[in-house]
Write a protein that binds this ligand. Structure first.
Ligand code: TXA
Ligand code: MG
Length: 354
């Protein structure tokens, strides 16, 4: 049995492939009437409101305790909605969306005046994406409007990959939670800006840079980790993000044995240590008094489990969470980015032993 929700949050279990039309119609009506609906996407759960209703969007910021200078992604169900959100859309945007929509790619474009200022934090650009999830698409269609939605977590907490995570953070602060089960990718979309001189990745995510480069060979990516959001070119690039309560320490290095030795020695010297590790490496820590969360067998598995492992170790009461930085190829780039933010920059570079 699930924990009961407060009377102000209604909980609907929906079929992730063929969502019940009656439930989707109710949720769509709630969006149209200015309410908040949390819904699954293929990346993480979103906290949605009518993107064209400034007062409804304001509720998102309040529910999340999100600073007003951090703009939202607008979700569409059909490319025909794009001209209502963005102007001077370059041809490359359509080529990218032809390949990656629906999917984990968000494009930053020049904003249409119909989009309220609070959606874009006062900027003249707007972020848009078409999620690859039947529930999200059905909800947007039923609402009849584009849906602004950040990840459905409290500000700076790990993003939610299950409806329970949403409830843990936002119960009583959202009208409806649509539970469509676990998300497929587990970390957020890749954000690509098309408004600058060259296409620029602002956040690595579910679509790899390698895949994007096949269509946009000249794209650039310069990781930016800022400790003060005020100066951020992409406001979401604050370093403190995705933070569990425990202190995360990231271990980086190519020498497997040296990295494990460093992690074990840290665990030996500290109390209440948790470790996040690939399944096949978990045995390295069995002789230690640490709580282990498996990240699965490969990078895709790690992307899927990363945020829930952070939440889970928190609820197991650890003070420290140790993790190893992955290779930066494919989705590894996004995993490393999220880990670095969860660690708030606390990295131990492990030198090779020989
Ligand atoms: O996968 C995802 O992208 C999920 C699901 C729900 O779609 N959404 C998500 O939203 O991760 P959020 O709010 O947690 O992250 C959105 C990021 C923020 O870092 C924000 O700064 C950036 O997108 N963003 C939004 N509009 C922008 C804009 N006009 N220019 C630059 N960055 C923008
Ligand atoms: Mg977020």
């Amino acid at each position: 049995m699930r924990e009961p929700y407060t009377s102000s949050t209604v909980y609907f279990q929906v079929d992730p492939q063929v969502p019940e039309p009656r439930l989707i119609a109710l949720a769509g009506e709630t969006i149209r009437n200015g309410g908040l609906v949390a819904f699954p996407t293929e990346t993480v759960y979103g906290l949605g409101a009518n993107a064209l209703d400034e007062a409804a969007v304001e509720k998102i910021f309040r529910a999340k305790s999100r600073p007003a200078n951090d703009p939202l992604i607008v979700h569409i169900a059909d490319l025909s909605q794009l001209p209502g959100l963005a102007v001077s859309v370059p041809e490359i945007a359509y080529r990218l969306f032809q390949r990656f929509a629906p999917g984990a790619l968000t494009l930053v474009l020049n904003k249409h005046e119909a989009v309220p200022a609070n959606v874009t934090a006062g900027m003249d650009t707007v972020a848009a994406r078409m999620p690859d999830h039947a529930v999200a698409l059905a909800l947007i269609k039923a609402a009849g409007v584009p849906i602004a939605a950040p990840s459905a977590n409290r500000f700076s907490r790990p993003s939610p990959t299950t409806a329970q995570h949403v409830a843990d953070d936002l119960e009583g602060r959202v009208d409806i939670i649509l539970d469509g089960g676990g998300t497929a990718i587990g970390l957020e979309s890749t954000i690509l800006s098309l408004v600058g001189e060259a296409p620029q990745v602002l956040r690595p995510g579910g679509v790899s840079l390698e895949a994007l480069r096949a269509i946009v060979p000249d794209l650039t990516y310069q990781p930016q980790y800022l400790t003060d959001g005020a100066a951020a070119p992409s406001p979401g690039s604050m370093l403190k993000h995705y933070s569990p309560r425990a202190k995360v320490i990231l271990f980086r290095g190519d020498d497997d044995l040296a990295v494990w030795a460093a992690m074990k020695s840290f665990a030996d010297d500290h109390d209440d240590v948790g470790v996040m590790t690939l399944e096949q490496d978990a045995t390295r820590f069995v002789d230690l008094d640490v709580k282990v969360e498996s990240l699965g067998l490969d990078l895709d598995g790690a992307a899927l489990r990363l945020f829930s492992a952070l939440r889970s170790l928190d609820s197991r009461g650890v003070e420290w969470i140790l993790a190893r930085a992955p290779d930066t190829t494919g989705v590894g780039l996004a995993i490393g980015d999220r880990l670095l933010r969860a660690a708030e920059g606390d990295v131990i570079d492990v030198k090779p032993q020989h």
